[in-house]
Design a protein around this ligand. Structure first.
Ligand code: AMP
Length: 225
C-alpha cells in the first residue's frame, strides 16, 4: 500500500485520570487527525459482546492490562486502515515496553513521525479527578463533577443533545488503586524508554484544560519541520 511519508503518531501519555481522554478529543479536532483510545475500544467491544470484548473482559474488570498480543494487534488493525494514513492521536497506548517497541516498529513501517507527550499530575489530584469523572454514553465526552461539570439540565449538551451520564465501573475506588499500581509497575518505565530515544515532551497537567491543549499544540507545532 502506498502511504504518505508525513504521517504523525502522537501519544498522549500518563497515569489514569490525567485528562488524556479529554485532550485527545480536543487535539484530534484541532490537528485534524483521528484518535484511538484503546480503553474506549475495549469498552465498546465489551458492551457489544464481541470476541475482542470477551477476551478483554476479565482484565478491564480487574483494572489489569489486556495482554500485549491482543492490544498490539488491535492498534495495528487501526493503523493499517487508510483513514489513519495521515496519523493518529493515541490515548492509552502504549502501556508496556513491548507495546512501545511495537509502536516504534509501526511508525517505521508506516513512515510516521512519533511524538510522546507525558501529562504530569501529582497522585492526590489523580484520585480526585477519577472519582468525580462522568462520561456521556451518547457522545463519549468526559466531564468532572467539580472541575468540568456536565451540562445541566442534561438535554442541553453542546455535543449532541441526548446526554446519558455514567461512571465507569473501573473508576470505583478499589479498582482505581489497582490501575494506578499497574501504571507504576508496567507503564512508568516507558518514560525513560521514550526519553532515551529523544521522543518525549513533558507538560504540566494540573493547568486548566485549555492551557493543557495550548501546550500540546505548541509542542506539536514546535516539532513540525
Ligand atoms: P483506559 O480507558 O485507558 O483507562 O483503559 C481502561 C482499561 O482498558 C485498562 O485498565 C485496561 O484493562 C484496558 N487497556 C486500555 N489500554 C490498554 C493497553 N494499551 N494495554 C492493555 N490494556 C489496556
Amino acid at each position: 500500500m502506498t502511504r504518505d511519508k508525513k504521517a504523525r503518531y502522537i501519544v498522549l501519555f500518563g497515569p489514569p485520570g490525567v485528562g488524556k481522554g479529554t485532550q485527545t478529543k480536543i487535539v484530534s479536532d484541532a490537528v485534524n487527525l483521528p484518535s484511538v483510545s484503546t480503553g474506549d475500544v475495549f469498552r465498546a467491544n465489551l458492551s457489544a459482546n464481541t470476541e475482542l470484548g470477551q477476551a478483554a473482559k476479565q482484565y478491564l474488570t480487574a483494572g489489569e492490562l489486556v495482554p500485549d498480543d491482543v492490544t498490539i494487534k488491535m492498534v495495528r488493525d487501526y493503523l493499517e486502515q487508510p483513514g489513519y494514513s495521515q496519523g493518529v492521536i493515541l490515548d492509552g497506548f502504549p502501556r508496556t515496553l513491548d507495546q512501545a517497541e511495537a509502536l516504534i516498529q509501526m511508525a517505521v513501517e508506516f513512515e510516521a513521525r512519533l511524538n510522546v507527550i507525558f501529562i504530569k499530575v501529582p497522585q492526590e489530584i489523580i484520585v480526585e479527578r477519577i472519582s468525580g469523572r462522568v462520561i456521556c454514553r451518547a457522545c463519549g465526552q468526559v466531564f468532572h463533577q467539580k472541575f468540568n461539570p456536565p451540562p445541566s439540565p442534561p438535554g442541553n449538551c453542546e455535543f449532541g443533545g441526548q446526554c446519558d451520564f455514567y461512571q465507569r465501573d473501573d473508576d470505583r475506588a478499589e479498582i482505581v488503586s489497582n490501575r494506578i499500581l499497574v501504571y507504576h509497575e508496567q507503564t512508568m518505565p516507558l518514560l525513560k524508554f521514550f526519553e532515551n530515544k529523544g521522543l518525549l515532551d513533558v507538560l504540566d497537567g494540573t493547568q486548566a484544560i485549555e492551557e493543557v491543549t495550548k501546550t500540546v499544540l505548541d509542542i506539536l507545532s514546535g516539532k513540525t519541520s
